[in-house]
Design a protein around this ligand. Sequence first.
Ligand code: XIL
Length: 443
Amino acid sequence: MKSRSYPSSRTNPIRVAILLLVSVAMVLLTVDGAGASPACNPRKPATCTLRELADLHSLRIGSTAEPSEVTNPAFASILGREFNSLTPENALKWYATQSTVGTWDFTGADAIVNYASDNDMSVRGHTLVWAQDTYTPAWVRAISNPVDLRAKVNEHITTTMNHFAGRIHRWDVVNEPLATFGTGPSSSVFWTMGPEWIADAFRLARSLDADAELWLNEYGSDWVPGKHEALLELVAGLVADGVPIDGVGLQTHRLPGDQLDTVRFGEQLADFTALGLEVAITELDVPVSPDDPSAFQKQATEYAKVVSTCLRVTGCVEVTVWGLTDGATWLDSLGMFPTPTRPLLFDTNFAPKPAFEAVRRVLATAAPRLPVTGSRMTAVATAGLLLIVGGAFSLIRAPRPGLIAGPSPVRPTRARYVGRAQGPRAGVRSNRPGRYPRPRKHR
Ligand code: XIL
């Protein structure tokens, strides 16, 4: 049998080298559009913004905003520069959009969503149903017939999601279904609709937007005794029942003086990714004692621990800080801790604190990770790059007569995150050096 012959050009090393260089350059140009600016050098963290560095990890780094803040240059300039994700702090809540029955007002939330879009930030839609009566409009709390209440809940979810269709792609469908400092259901009026109300809210949300990410968000599972286990049981039940849930938001409002056990916290995050879900730190703040002279250093350490733990768990896709400056924190009016609580990354004068530098340092020095929820474009470009390099290698290898091509020496290093395929604990990843493409557009 005649052995297959190869055109000489296929083994010409110069042509192959040129082809390889041109192809790699094209792929890098395609994916690099929204990455770090040329001035950002992660080896010198001070040259980078938080979002430039977070993009290298396909991590959403977020803050919150009120409508008045996105039109205030002091807030707006920092938000758009440092963060790639934005959560309306209050403007999307039921009490803001329909404080009296039938009177809808989306102007505040629209302003925030438009600002985010103008600044290429993704939006976390917080929240459709918040299961805490303190924050539920009086007219909703007063509905005693479960059938009527369900109708109003459905109308609320439908009207809100339809209003933001195509603009908000990620919703906290249900917020705080558990008791704030306990492990049972919250005492919210929404539980009067029966135990299925959470599943039904998610199913409705999925029917309204097949592409949106649907999240359940909860307070205090990092420190309230037994709450992580209670939340895990609730979420595992939803997953087992085939409820369309994509992720679990852990608010992570820390306590003054508390030191995070990063091993335990990493395991908690991985407990959710092992269910095939994404996980996010959605409302991080670290209050400190007003009279501790080393408070800001300790706070910086705690911020660094939270961010680095998220980075080492595959499927932890976001760290959002609950507020921008110490002058605008909800904790100072909560009455839970001595004030000023000073829990955020910027001080009252909008100056970055040690905690900001610590987060930036962690983002700059942690090994970059493959995209998890990055744009499809990034995934396609990554695959393209691997194919090109693999193809070039196989061309360079001297072909043996009779074979079409030798085996490619390039294997995908890691599949795109598919949580379900992982076993328990498998979500905790080891850091591995490398350089990966960046997401182009935040969604
Ligand atoms: C808080 C806001 O920060 C305050 O301005 C508001 O008065 C009450 O709500 N858990 C949540 C957030 O899910 O929505 C809460 O935000 C903080 C606790």
